[in-house]
Design a protein around this ligand. Sequence first.
Ligand SMILES: [Zn+2]
Length: 319
Amino acid sequence: MSSSTVSKLDDLAGLAGAKRVIRQVATGKSAVHALLLYGAKGSGKNALARLLSQAWLCQHPGEDGADGTCRACGAFARGTSADFLYIGPTGPSSIIRVAAIVESKDKDKDDPVPLLEFFRTPPLMARHKVVMIEQAHRMNRDAFNSLLKTLEEPHPHARIVLTTDMISAVPATILSRCLGVACELPTHEEMVRLYPEATPADLLLSEGAPGRTAHVLAHADRYRAIYEFAESLPTRSPGGALVASEQFRSICEGIEKALGCGARAAQAEALETLAIALSRSKTADPRWSQKVLEAHRRVVGNASIGLALDALFTGILAR
Ligand SMILES: [Zn+2]
């Protein structure tokens, strides 16, 4: 289930502790105005941040968050809420610029309203004005400093939820003004219960993250092909490097078809998954996953996929 289709707290896998906190905040039992949800990629923190945003906007929130039926909820679901502002990293460097927080020279014509301007007016139809900042650690220093001012003197109607998978990169001044909520990955037993159809290989490739598991299961044949390929590598001879390269290329094409993404993105995804499979394999050489990640970097940096794979498997199989 992707984060955009989850509409109730109960629909979100795992995260029992975090959901308890969110219920308190959403129903107004806790008057916190800024939260930072942190946890590994795929833990569900962004889906949870959206659910909290909607609950803050909703005119009649209950124990399970927003009611989903009021006008504020309707506008949020259609993506037209004037009381909700989403901020995320943009551009090739994936940075949240200061223009996202405060009116500045640095402004781009496609930039949404900056956060400070957004909070200046009261909500139109929702209970609060809500800003969600995804990947908050990607803010540059000016952006952090501007955000700090808002956190120090919040408008009564202002609510902010930040998410990050790199809490160590968020300045302490920000951390001390937000309620930090850990979004922990489920235990292996919980994952088996949540996804009874997942094979051990599916769970291994998902690295225990529910968001990732749903994705892997939706394209299970393609991902299992990568797992089987990884398991076959230790049994191959040095002469088989070019055959392996050829086979892995067709696996990349399969991923590209399944995900409907560009060739380069599919190759990057396939190589990253191969690195995960090799790093968990009992028979593979522990250095192989490192070599795969090097090839991944070259491919992302626009190297020819054919040359990168030939060099990779020649290196691996030569031992
Ligand atoms: Zn509502």
